[in-house]
Design a protein around this ligand. Structure first.
Ligand code: AHG
Ligand code: MN
Ligand code: MN
Ligand code: MN
Length: 333
């Protein structure tokens, strides 16, 4: 197999499509390097001081795991000094993180979910890191939270790392979706899949079924029809998977099709769903669309939503196009 490294891939994409300026390439490589560090920490498990709770709470009201905090620090530290960023924002920080004055500032802004699937950490099940890259608004002085409030369609790059049996990096800069496997012996990211395409039809869905009684009628109908199987209105049997890490669930769907859902919950009308728009839904939506799939909030395209706050939540339906279109149609009916 001819080995293409992440760097070579990014340089070649720039030559082909003129879509990855040197600064953006540097940014992506630094994020990838940070993910390599996180992967290394993850793999220590009980042999390192990385399992369990940090006994602190984040802005979402979730108890932080040690690894949430460690991963956040790794990403901040790695990305501060390169000169390619104006500011960062993270699930684990209430407000944005401007680049300290001792470093030069760049034209990009980075958002991340440093550790996705926190409940999986202590049980050695796949987890990940999600990131999204935006451009700072023209002529921006001191970075502000408002500067980050751009729709997902403005993203210039998005990706995730999945820490599973292998560590992989899945990346898009708007020219398809490409996957790299971490070669632990060489310490390098090697291109292992190019132009990933999600099959339009599927027989698999991913949803936390324990919330069923709280879903709205369109979601109830959609899932009931799938559960009815061959003799039901869908005329086929469906299988269900729920890994409790969006990264792992999306990775599965990217490779074999499927539909992933985290709908709004009728328990608390002020919280539209669980997942966060800016650093979970938007980057995943960009990846899924770039792979030929679809991503909506039940009524419209996720990437068209104008955000109004950094930690905003959003209902999510994404994956195989035919399924996402169907469940979105049920919302309209
Ligand atoms: P995070 O660990 O970054 O807070 O995100 C967890 C999210 C997502 O990864 C996953 O799909 C979902 O929460 C799991 O939710 P349940 O607890 O309802 O299974
Ligand atoms: Mn969390
Ligand atoms: Mn998450
Ligand atoms: Mn997280």
């Amino acid at each position: 197999m001819k080995r293409v490294s992440l760097t070579q891939h990014l340089v070649e994409q720039q030559r082909l499509h003129n879509s990855i300026p040197a600064e953006l390439r540097l940014l992506i490589e630094v994020v990838a390097r940070a993910c390599k560090r996180i992967s290394y920490e993850v793999s220590k498990g009980a042999l390192g001081d990385i399992l369990g709770s940090a006994d602190t709470e984040n802005i979402q009201g979730e108890v932080q795991k040690k690894l949430d905090v460690i991963s956040n620090e790794i990403l901040l530290e790695a990305n501060e000094w390169g000169g390619h960023l104006a500011a960062m924002a993270s699930e684990e920080m209430e407000s944005i993180h401007p680049i300290p004055n001792r470093y030069p500032k760049g034209e990009y802004m980075l958002l991340f979910d440093p550790l996705d699937g926190s409940s999986n950490i202590d049980v050695n099940v796949s987890i990940g890191t999600i990131f999204s890259v935006l451009k700072a608004p023209e002529g921006m002085g001191e970075p502000t939270e408002e500067a980050f409030l751009q729709p997902g369609s403005a993203q210039v790059a998005a990706g995730y790392a999945v820490y599973g049996p292998q560590t992989m990096l899945v990346l898009t800069t708007g020219q398809g979706v490409h996957c790299f496997t971490l070669d632990r012996e060489q310490g390098s990211w090697v291109l292992t899949q190019s132009n990933i395409q999600i099959p339009a039809a599927t027989k698999e869905f991913a949803i936390n079924m324990s919330n069923k009684r709280h879903w709205q009628p369109p979601v109830q109908r959609y899932i009931d029809e799938m559960l009815a199987g061959k003799t039901g209105p869908r005329g086929k049997d469906f299988n269900m998977r729920w890994i409790a890490s969006m990264v792992a669930d999306v990775h599965r769907i990217l490779n074999r099709g499927g539909v992933f859902m985290y709908p709004a919950d009728m328990r608390d009308p002020s919280q539209p769903g669980k997942l966060r728009l800016m650093y979970e839904a938007n980057p995943m939506a960009m990846i899924v669309e770039q792979a030929g799939g679809a991503a909506t909030n039940g009524s419209g395209r996720i990437m068209d939503i104008q955000p109004h706050k950094l930690h905003q939540r959003v209902p999510v339906f994404l994956g195989s196009k035919e399924e996402v279109e169907l469940v979105t149609r049920y919302h309209a009916e």
